[in-house]
Design a protein around this ligand. Structure first.
Ligand SMILES: Cc1ncc(COP(=O)(O)O)c(C=O)c1O
Length: 395
């Protein structure tokens, strides 16, 4: 069968490809350490499952309103008001099928062909493809370790042109593991004043911040920021609910209405009984989140310490999400185990083939000098994988 030019232009997700490869090798009996996963290794807390099971048993098995059941939209509005200092009415909120869907649908709702989208690198692997699917053009804003991989107000100002329609912000960041401070975000918001640039603020890792890092929602910074922002969040990372596919978007009423129209033809509502699980998560999830957060914090600082002890590997301490994003470019140009390493892709390929450690090449996120290691795995796995990496680099 013929496939469309549109589909042909979209490569499969590299992060999913790495995780799938690691699983396949494990199934063949190979002892692979996987640092590829973008999902917590914890089970969904039992009370959340119970709420969904109860909903199923009570017959919540039918279509729901497209943007979600009123109780969930209200619970999300309450959460955003209490925790994020954001006043959205339930009508300004749409429940999507995971935050990945929120981002796709947001772009479909607000972008036109030819619009330019500012995309700070490192960027989440899916952003460039969703921009392309909306017919828009991504303009990558390069960063490096000197600014902690964050864009500066000066850089943002210089990048805005007549076609700039949207800026994508993701803090805490996947793959970078960094977080913008409230002051840094406020300085970016200031640059946008007087422009027509919209913002998608992807806040999916909101709950996973470490040390004295303070999370702030971009839209809460000012009336101006509020009026130009679509706030995206979800349940996958904080509540360990990746398989439930529950995300949401909050923003100006006209944009949410546009998303509602699109969604009514694309997927309609998120799974009915899963929506009841999400309400339970929002109402009673704080203790479980904190337990998981503490474990991620310990693992992240341990992994970064171990990586920095390896010659030619330089890693900033993660302040959010569950990724280390070290610069390994000092090893490019070397031949390891008979294989010439010239890029993050070569590095990742040789590492899994020769040392059975799965990581994601930084090239997938627009940073060729780096690799991404997820610390959503046990301390034992972290030590085992880093031991292997260290030994391999000494070859
Ligand atoms: C930055 C970022 N945004 C959005 C998502 C999508 O999450 P989900 O679709 O599981 O809600 C992910 C998942 O990996 C992510 O890392």
């Amino acid at each position: 069968m013929k496939t469309s030019k549109r589909a042909q232009s979209i490569p499969p997700s590299e992060t999913i490809a790495v995780t799938t490869l690691a699983k396949q090798l494990k199934a063949q009996g190979i002892d692979v350490v996987s640092f590829g996963a973008g999902e917590p290794d914890f089970d969904t807390p039992q009370f959340i499952k119970d709420a969904a099971i109860e909903a199923l048993q009570k017959g919540q098995t039918k279509y729901t309103p497209t943007p979600g059941i009123p109780e969930l939209r209200k619970a999300i509005a309450d959460k955003l008001r209490k925790e994020n200092n954001l006043n959205y009415t339930p009508e300004q909120i749409i429940v999507n099928i995971g935050a990945k869907h929120s981002i796709y649908e947001s772009m479909q709702a607000v972008l036109d062909p030819g619009d330019e989208v500012l995309m700070p690198a490192p960027y989440w692997v899916t952003y460039p493809q969703t921009v392309k699917l909306a017919g828009a053009v991504a303009k990558v804003l390069e960063t490096d370790a000197s600014t902690g991989y964050k864009i500066t107000p000066k850089q943002l100002k210089a990048a805005i042109g007549s076609k700039t329609a949207l800026l994508i912000l993701n803090s805490p960041n996947n793959p970078g593991g960094f977080t913008y401070s409230p002051d840094e975000l406020a300085a970016l918001a200031e640059v946008l004043k007087g422009t027509d640039v919209m913002v998608i603020s992807d806040e999916i890792y909101e709950k996973l911040v470490y040390g004295d890092t303070k999370f702030v929602s971009f839209a809460s910074l000012s009336e101006d920021a509020y009026s130009r922002t679509l706030t995206v969040n979800g349940f996958s990372k904080a509540y360990s609910m990746t398989g439930w596919r529950m995300g949401y978007t909050a923003g100006p009423s006209n944009a949410i209405k546009a998303m509602d129209s699109l969604q009514s033809h694309m997927t309609q509502n998120a799974v009915a009984f899963a929506q009841y699980g999400a309400i339970a998560a929002l109402e009673k999830g704080d203790n479980d989140i904190e337990k998981m957060r503490q474990q991620f914090e310990n693992r992240g600082s341990h992994m970064a310490k171990r990586l920095n002890a390896i010659e030619g590997v330089s890693c900033t301490q993660p302040t959010g999400a569950f990724y280390c994003f070290p610069d390994v470019s000092a090893h490019y140009g070397r031949t390891i185990g008979g294989v010439k390493i010239n890029s993050s892709g070569d590095f990742a390929q040789a590492l899994i083939e020769q040392a059975n450690v799965a990581i994601v090449p930084g090239g997938a996120f627009g940073c060729q000098g780096n690799i991404r290691l997820s610390f959503a795995c046990s301390m034992e796995q972290i030590d085992k994988g880093i031991d292997r990496l260290e030994k391999w680099l000494k070859k």
